[in-house]
Design a binder for this molecule. Sequence first.
Ligand code: PBG
Length: 323
Amino acid sequence: MFTPYYRLRRLRRNPQIRAMVRETLVTPNDFILPLFVCEGENVINTISSMPGHAQMSIDNLVKEAREVYNMGIPAVILFGIPAHKDALGSDVISSEGIICRALRAIKEAAPDLYLITDVCLCEYTDHGHCGPLAGQEVDNDATLELLQKQVVVQAQAGADMVAPSGMMDGMVGAIREALDDAGFSQIPIMSYAAKYASGFYGPFREAAESTPQFGDRSSYQMDPANGDEALREVQLDVEEGADIIMVKPAMPYLDIIRRVKDEFGLPTAAYQVSGEFAMLKAAAEKGWLDHDRVMLESLTSIKRAGADIILTYFAKEAAAILG
Ligand code: PBG
């Protein structure tokens, strides 16, 4: 009989030794929970493709924020659904818009919850693109001016960090300059640096009512086929002053997370997007997958790939298990 000399099974024999040699630990401190805020009072509009998630009016959002904080989740990222959309996305550059009012209300109710804003225009424009249009194209440099206004009003309203997601060239530099000029040099930027034009954003667009009215986002978001280009995107954002860099989506792009982490060694975030969440939920609902098991496995794999921070719709459910 052949007897192996090396026996890796020795360190897998029981839960104690497995815990001692485990390389990757996921904790609630790793999570950022996305939240959707809408107008009105006592509103909870459930999102059919994202079980457990809803558009909430500010009164309900505040209650949710307190609960999230008490569960040990340190941070949330806010997405707004305004009452009125227009060609420029004016609601989000106003200090009286839905996001600024939500920031002020949460800061008062849960002062230690870390508040991040998604800096983009697509939820606020009537055409659903990420900036004002010049003909059929998004006007890059005109968008930058609006993003500069957006981050300043959000910092004034209490945002702790801003996260530009529109994939406009120069967005990080423009935002850094605007924050610094307005006296907010202490506010960090988490850049959606390598954001792909992905089919996995489908449920989010239902949630945020932000589906483009014509065309798609391929002229500004990245081609899913490109990896080297992601490093170039990240490099430019780092040079422009990004403090945290993000890869999005997460699971179909674990290779990109690893390359970014290895190449730059910076705090790295990954966004487990709505479609990743929805497909695990749907399969679990059918009884085809064990919900809690695949949830934790997916989060562990994202962290193992190199992410320090995970934006995830599973934050509450995972925190309830991980404690
Ligand atoms: C853009 C933005 C999007 C998501 C986060 N920020 C949508 C898009 O690019 O269409 C998607 C997140 C998800 O799918 O969970 N503001």
